[in-house]
Design a protein around this ligand. Structure first.
Ligand code: BGC
Length: 733
């Protein structure tokens, strides 16, 4: 009998909300009288101190990131130099609470105006600098879920754990466009597509600034790194980027614009240089683009020691004093000076010499005080007491698991997956029995922590497989067991799970010359593949390292990325079939090192990829109808045409699909991408179920693009709309 299809309307989960911030973080919302009184009473030194951020290592008894205060150094910073903010420490929740309490107490009892401190942290994938913190998948993974509600939950739990420690400022999310596969910070981005980055970035901002249970005591997000950081010509961190203005507006601006529309309260600048000018010294990018064009009213903070780098790295200013002047003129409010008080000295001299006006200083300081006030710091600068925060831990770990499960992408499956529970399974490769490869950089330390400092309530892939496949024989094989023994053990297996990829790194520590894997791994992978056994190639990596020749021989390929503390459990759930994979690539997986391009390249440069952007397999199958349009000709730029598509689960198990809508443009005088994503959503369907998805297309919103001055262009002519394997024509006369 023919199965009756149930049709259910699916509401698109991603509709970008522009214009209204979800929480009013506007700096005007703070305590006006208090701010005015302070501004009237503060000396120039006290004001400059508020513009200075020091690293916790500069006041720590151990001279590192540990949270034990060296009282004299702390008093020097807070009382002598009037420092207003600190960053970057690591410790247990109890140590953080104690540290924040003591430091705030020092500020509100010993400084002349009792101004509380801002304490910032790089919690870029969960509360990664708190020992008991939840370690989430990195952003590149999260974006592969194509589910913004998930990233919002992840951000909210990060905010909760961060606030619990008494920290009110999270230096996240990274809003850089991950279009350069070589760049060592790719895994911190939400992938290569500007629309996806904007949607995920905005959801993250809402998760941090709006959804935290700790509200109304506020916590702020910080979008970074404005702008053009992620596409250095050489692929190496902090090396020069050359970005034509038109592409800057079209590709790099949208994630920042969307975050600003969501009310993000602070933005960090890019350490690198764009088109020959260090961003920290760029009037054009900071003053004109960020504060002017994008109308950003919040705090502009430097990246670490970046005023110094204007001299030492970019050789743009003759000395640090000139660099300070350039940065202040560009629009900097807070300098992450880290371990030097020179910024304070130079800025004071510049004011005394009349090169910087006091009015300019007042502008930044007033903003900083309002920022502190809007975060509730003047009311209560201390961490919450007597909370039972660890009752939430289980819930947070569950979200981490869900995030990992949804972020893993099945790239190839010749039918070997899901795996038979009774098999002999050999596990090998770099991440077979380690936690640190799964959590990656920015985990308890800048470049990731050694195995012994990884979370206790985390398992390795080997252990997770043993838990998952109770009736199978699971064992590890390592290349260090000696060729003869290891090959013998591998030959005894019915299937081999071969892990390959990268060990943890952050920033320039992850610079590479080549996308190919290192020699040792290459040799081992080739050896394993040569045995003629079914191999499941499992990629644990922060960027797409080349696997073309391996993928061809493997029975299955899984991109697990950097899936966090629950990564091993998520992966084994997918391998066993308990979890149906639903991740889709948020980046193009390169075929070769020589030609690496995102999917939205121009017509003249057809991308060559191993797996395209948006690709991802499931254990069920999805079918789709033709695209149905409510009309095909727009009457005006604000007219709406509904495009409908039906997605059906035609397989035998429940699954999720990412549905992506692209458009292509008529010919015009600014060359256009081959196609560009304009909408996406994730649908979950039971076998036999059909979902109806609607994309409401409005020319003004979905067809327009900026020229090289940022002016919006709306071309007339024929457009094409693509979804799944279908396309239809649309006409905007
Ligand atoms: C990174 C920033 C980070 C800062 C403070 C810098 O090296 O570029 O993303 O927020 O360090 O840790």
């Amino acid at each position: 009998m023919k199965k009756l299809l149930r049709i259910i309307p699916i509401f698109l989960t991603v509709i970008l909300i522009s214009g209204t911030p979800e929480k009013d973080f506007s700096l005007e919302k703070s305590n006006n009288n208090l701010i005015q009184n302070l501004m009237a009473q503060m000396s120039l030194d006290e004001k400059i101190g508020q513009m200075t951020m020091m690293c916790i290592s500069s006041i720590s008894a151990n001279g590192d990131k540990t949270l034990f205060i060296h009282p004299d150094s702390a008093l020097k910073a807070i009382v002598k130099y009037n420092v207003g903010s600190f960053i970057s420490g690591f410790g247990t929740m109890a140590e953080w609470k104690d540290f924040v309490t003591k430091l705030q107490k020092m500020a509100v009892t010993q400084s002349r105006h009792k101004i509380p401190l801002l304490i910032g942290i790089d919690h870029v994938h969960g509360a990664n600098y708190i020992k008991e913190g939840t370690i989430l998948p990195h952003n590149l993974n999260l974006s592969c879920s194509f589910d913004t509600s998930l990233v919002r939950k992840c951000a909210a739990l990060t905010a909760d754990e961060t606030l619990e420690a008494g920290i009110r400022w999270n230096l996240a999310p990274v809003l850089d466009l991950g279009k350069n596969a070589y760049w060592p910070r790719l895994y911190e981005t939400f992938g290569e597509d500007p629309f996806v980055c904007a949607a995920f970035g905005a959801a993250y901002v809402s998760g941090i600034q709006t959804d935290s249970k700790g509200m109304p005591s506020g916590i702020a997000a910080c979008g970074k790194h404005f702008i053009g950081y992620s596409d250095p010509k050489s692929g190496w961190d902090r090396t020069l980027a050359e970005i034509p203005d038109q592409l800057m507006y079209e590709l790099f601006v949208p994630p920042f614009r969307e975050a600003i529309n969501r009310g993000i309260s602070s933005i960090m600048l890019n350490s690198g240089e764009v088109n020959g000018v260090p961003v920290h010294a760029s009037l054009e990018l900071v003053n004109d683009l960020l504060k002017g064009y994008l109308n950003f009213k919040g705090i502009v903070v430097s990246d670490i020691k970046d005023i110094q780098k204007i001299v030492s790295m970019h050789r743009f200013a003759v000395d640090e004093k000139e660099a300070t002047l350039l940065a202040i003129n560009a629009g900097l409010d807070i300098s992450m000076a880290c371990n030097s008080y020179d910024f304070i000295r130079y800025i004071k001299e510049l004011v005394q010499e009349g090169k910087i006006s006091e009015q300019r200083i007042n502008m930044s300081v007033e903003k900083i005080l309002r920022f502190k006030s809007s975060l509730g710091l003047f009311n209560d600068p201390y961490p919450a007491k007597n909370t039972n925060w660890n009752t939430e831990t289980e819930n947070h770990r569950t979200i981490a698991l869900l995030a990992a499960e949804n972020s893993i992408v099945l790239l190839k499956n010749d039918g070997i997956l899901p795996l038979n529970n009774k098999a002999n399974i050999a596990v090998t490769g770099i991440a077979a029995n380690s936690k640190l490869h799964l959590t990656g950089g920015w985990t308890f330390d800048w470049n990731g922590a050694p195995e012994e400092r990884q979370p206790k309530d985390m398992v390795t892939i080997l252990d997770a497989l043993k838990q998952e496949f109770k009736q199978a024989n699971i064992y590890e094989v390592s290349s260090s067991q000696g060729e003869h023994e290891s090959v013998k053990l591998l030959n005894e297996a019915d299937v081999i799970i071969l892990t390959a990829g990268e060990k943890p790194y952050s920033e320039f520590k992850g610079n590479i010359n080549d996308l190919a894997l290192d020699e040792a791994q290459d040799k081992w992978i080739k050896k394993v593949l040569s045995l003629g056994k079914p191999v499941i190639l499992t990629l644990i990596e922060g960027r797409p390292r080349l696997i073309t020749s391996y993928a061809e021989k493997a029975s299955a390929v899984v991109f697990a990325g950097l899936p966090g503390m629950k990564g091993a459990e998520a992966l084994s759930g997918i391998l066993s079939g308990r979890v149906n994979p639903s991740g889709h690539l948020s980046f193009s997986y390169p075929l070769a090192a020589g030609h690496v391009a995102p999917y939205y390249q121009k017509f003249s440069d057809t991308p060559t990829v191993l797996y395209p952007f948006g690709y991802g397999l499931s254990y069920t199958q999805f079918g789709s109808s033709e695209i149905q349009l409510s009309d095909s000709i727009f009457r005006s730029s604000t007219d709406t045409i509904n495009a409908n598509i039906k997605i059906s689960n035609i397989g035998s198990r429940e699954g999720k699909d990412a549905v992506l809508w692209y458009i292509s443009y008529p010919n015009g005088k600014i060359t256009r991408p081959q196609k560009i994503l304009r909408q996406f959503s994730k649908v979950e369907l039971k076998p036999g179920e059909t979902g109806l998805l609607t994309f409401k297309i409005i020319p003004e919103q979905h067809f327009s693009y900026p020229d090289k001055t940022g002016k919006i262009i709306l071309q007339r002519g024929n457009y094409k709309l693509f979804c799944e394997n279908h396309s239809v024509n649309l006409y905007f006369p």
